[in-house]
Design a protein around this ligand. Structure first.
Ligand SMILES: [Zn+2]
Length: 187
């Protein structure tokens, strides 16, 4: 009787192990979009390097993060995606952030999140690459344009902002390279 019980237990253990092995072998079942705890994904699939962080010194501020390429992999021309569902609030040609660097910027309104308005801004998009227009609804992961840099001295990068009630926050408190930077880049 005791032997029968141990055989039954062994069979149960084997079934359990096989189940674990099977789930580990089926990555296709894993969702491609893995939002951060804040519900946002990384804005540039394939590119997780941040060259310039969010900072505030006295009256000066760098109100976002600069996401750049890495050795042998230029970020220029790479697809930039909406980090969450939302509505395009504006598409503008500007030269405001990161001195002497020009480009298109897209502002997306994600609506109310826990009683606060959340919006995100994507700056230095390549001229002619912007795929969205004001008032358009976008979904998380949807390409909105391509990273670029029409400026003079800086390396190509995406300047990315997260705003709560219109005020810039440190984006790294909301997004992480773990939530999309290791996905294949969108070309
Ligand atoms: Zn910047």
């Amino acid at each position: 009787m005791k032997k029968l019980l141990s055989v039954a237990l062994t069979i149960l253990m084997l079934v359990g192990l096989l189940g674990v092995a099977a789930s580990a072998l089926s990555p296709s079942h894993a969702p491609r979009l893995r939002p951060s705890p804040s519900g946002l994904i990384w804005p540039v699939p394939g590119f997780g390097r941040v060259a310039n962080a969010f900072w505030r010194h006295g009256g000066r501020v760098h109100p976002g993060i600069d996401i750049v390429g890495h050795a042998g992999h230029s970020i220029t021309g790479t697809g930039v995606v909406a980090v969450r569902d939302g509505v395009v609030e504006s598409v503008e040609w500007i030269r405001t952030f990161c001195r002497s660097v020009f480009g298109y910027e897209v502002l997306i309104d994600h609506g109310d999140v826990n009683g606060f308005n959340l919006s995100t801004r994507y700056v230095h998009l390549m001229a002619g690459s912007v795929r969205v227009e004001r008032g358009q609804h976008v979904v998380m992961g949807e390409p909105i344009g391509r990273a670029g840099n029409a400026g003079r001295t800086r390396a190509p990068h995406l300047h990315f902002q997260v705003l709560i009630n219109g005020r810039p926050q440190n984006p790294l408190n909301f997004v992480s390279p773990a939530n999309g930077a290791h996905d294949p880049p969108i070309r």
